[in-house]
Ligand binder design. Sequence first.
Ligand SMILES: [Zn+2]
Ligand SMILES: [Zn+2]
Length: 135
Amino acid sequence: MSPSPIDIAPAALLAGPGFIACALCGRPAARQWQRRLTDAELADHQAIEQGQRDEHLLLADAQQPPPAFPPLPAADDCLRPVHACAEHTIDESVAAQVHQASCSAPPACDCTPEPLPAPELIEMPAGWAATGGGG
Ligand SMILES: [Zn+2]
Ligand SMILES: [Zn+2]
């Protein structure tokens, strides 16, 4: 009898389309957070975006006005997801914040995450009114 393939398969072989691995060890991720892009990552990101725009321009109808594009994404516009397994994860409250590009997590966050944005005000429907207060 040979051992079952499942018993000997490394984690990578189990990876399916929906599989998200810890950035450090490759085990299934237990938590995700966001961090800023490094300069090199941002340059790559902009190059890809620019390439897509160039291609779009090439395919555009010459009889039409050229398509207008918004400015290329800047550092403030870009976040990169970070995934970590249960062993290499960071604190839940810290994971809710946006981390610096230099963040070394996983396994340990040594950066100063950005403060959480203020919660958006929710406008109540026109007919809604608080009860009480007399009248
Ligand atoms: Zn891990
Ligand atoms: Zn961090």
